[in-house]
Design a protein around this ligand. Structure first.
Ligand SMILES: [Ca+2]
Ligand SMILES: [Ca+2]
Length: 100
């Protein structure tokens, strides 16, 4: 079989125009903002779950209550120390947010 041996490429290879690129970038940024907002809300509800007595801070007791026997005192204290910026032994919401 002796064909023509040529492969014809239909000339229109789509080139992303700068405008399109900019648009998709803006779209990406917009969806990123939404995700960020979602994450904030998730963190807030997570914080509320952890803050058992609703006093606005998470104490080691509250973390232990949540994890039960699955977590050692040492681990809990280390966790708190890492985020506890004002060194009061408890994690406030602003300290908690720094985790993310
Ligand atoms: Ca609390
Ligand atoms: Ca603190």
């Amino acid at each position: 079989m002796t064909g023509t041996g040529t492969i014809t490429i239909s000339g229109n290879t789509p080139n992303p125009t700068p405008t399109l690129y900019k648009l998709s970038l803006e779209f990406l940024m917009a969806s990123f903002d939404k995700t960020k907002q979602n994450m904030c809300q998730q963190m807030e509800s997570m914080f509320k779950i952890l803050d058992n007595d609703n006093n606005g801070t998470i104490s080691s007791e509250e973390i232990k209550k949540l994890f039960g026997d699955h977590i050692e005192d040492d681990v809990v204290n280390r966790m708190i120390k890492e985020v506890d910026q004002d060194d009061d032994g408890e994690v406030s919401f602003s300290e908690f947010k720094e985790l993310m």
